[in-house]
Design a protein around this ligand. Structure first.
Ligand code: KG4
Ligand code: ZN
Length: 342
């Protein structure tokens, strides 16, 4: 097997990212540089990601991120063996910016180009960080995704279940909004929950009574809305402790649902380990529940460092290396795809 150094480019949502990853066979993969230029401040006034603004910012920032990643890694284009780029799924303007940038570099240098599915980038991260062997179970939980994947090979993914409505991160963000907490809602809700009593309000555990690994979070959000409105009507507003108790109750409900569905997903087929990815994996209460479930099942629990759980280009460079080793090559006809199931 050949040593490979890849440039990775990611621009499918609101992070412009470039990274350089090197893999020497027999050794752990090295992230030589990972630059993430987030757009949180840009979209904050609008209460969500504005696709047109995101696309423009990606187009403006990509060159700069690539240059910085190469400089931080101490490599030049001639030291690279290939370019990997997120080709979907995501906001099409952003994905196009990244694909065009990668094609430009590939055309100018003659380096191989490998298109990567953003979800495969997340799904292969436990191999970048821990060299986890196939097959393993992966839970992707972010603001846009919620699914269990059985990862049996570089191109072998089975979706075992997922949310039939909101992603948990989206639910955290909406709950924060309902309670007047800042965005992104996840960290704000987690902080408020620390001083809350999770048992004060009886919030639902949607779909736990049904078999399988599918989940639902929109009813939970509606239950929070009703609880808030009832309190507001009864006492004229929400006290600090009410907010804390609602946050604690909501977080416990999400953790319970994810924990129980993880238990079921682990029962479906034997795996070498269980890994989480996505922004919601930052939540320590949720992590603790998932870790307990894995411990009880005797399955190793992996939570990659947060900077590799959220959107980044190191995972894209790594997925590019894995796909390249498996024989994948793309040409100038590589398409940017807004939808692209694994
Ligand atoms: O993976 P990510 O950075 O971006 C995508 O959605 O692709 O995830 C962001 C989501 C947001 O919805 C945010 O509220 C949530 O992850 N999040 C959290 C926490 N930190 C971030 N949710 C719960 N608890 C947290 N500590
Ligand atoms: Zn992502």
């Amino acid at each position: 097997m050949q040593s490979l150094t890849f440039l990775g480019i990611e621009s499918s949502c609101d992070d412009t990212a470039a990274a350089v990853v090197r893999h020497v066979p027999g050794a752990a993969a090295q992230i030589l540089a990972s630059v993430v230029d987030g757009q949180v401040a840009l979209h904050a006034p609008f209460g969500g990601v504005v696709p047109e603004l995101a696309a423009r910012a990606h187009a403006e920032r990509l060159d700069f991120c690539v240059e910085r990643a190469l400089a931080e890694a101490g490599v030049s284009l001639s030291d690279l063996d290939g370019i990997a780029v997120t080709a979907g799924p995501g906001l099409i303007g952003g994905v196009l910016s990244g694909v065009m940038c990668a094609k430009g570099i590939a055309a100018g240098t003659g380096l191989p180009l490998v298109g990567v599915n953003h979800l495969a980038g997340h799904a292969l991260t436990p191999r970048l960080t821990d060299g986890l062997a196939f097959p393993y179970l992966m839970l992707l939980v972010s603001g846009g995704h919620c699914q269990f994947l059985r990862v049996a090979g570089v191109e072998d993914y089975t979706r075992l279940g997922g949310s039939i409505d909101d992603a948990p991160g989206e639910a955290f963000d909406k709950v924060a909004k309902l309670l007047g907490l800042p965005q992104p809602g996840g960290p704000a809700v987690e902080a408020a929950a620390k001083t809350g009593d999770a048992r004060r309000f009886a919030l639902p555990r949607p779909l736990l009574d049904r078999p399988g690994c599918d989940m639902s979070f929109s009813g939970l959000k509606t239950a929070v809305l009703r609880t808030r409105d009832r309190l507001a009507a009864d006492q004229g507003g929400l006290h600090l402790q009410d907010r804390a108790d609602i946050c604690a109750g909501f977080q416990a409900a999400v953790a319970d649902v994810l924990g129980e569905k993880t238990r079921r997903a682990l029962d479906l087929a034997p795996v070498t380990g269980f890994a989480v990815a996505g922004g919601v994996a930052a939540n320590s209460a949720i992590r603790a529940v998932l870790e307990t479930v894995c411990l009880a099942k005797g399955v190793p629990f992996l939570a990659p460092p947060l900077r590799l759980c959220t959107d980044n280009a190191a995972m894209i460079a790594w997925a590019g290396i894995e796909r390249f080793r498996a024989g994948a090559r793309d040409g100038m006809d590589l398409m940017a795809r807004p939808r692209w199931p694994l």
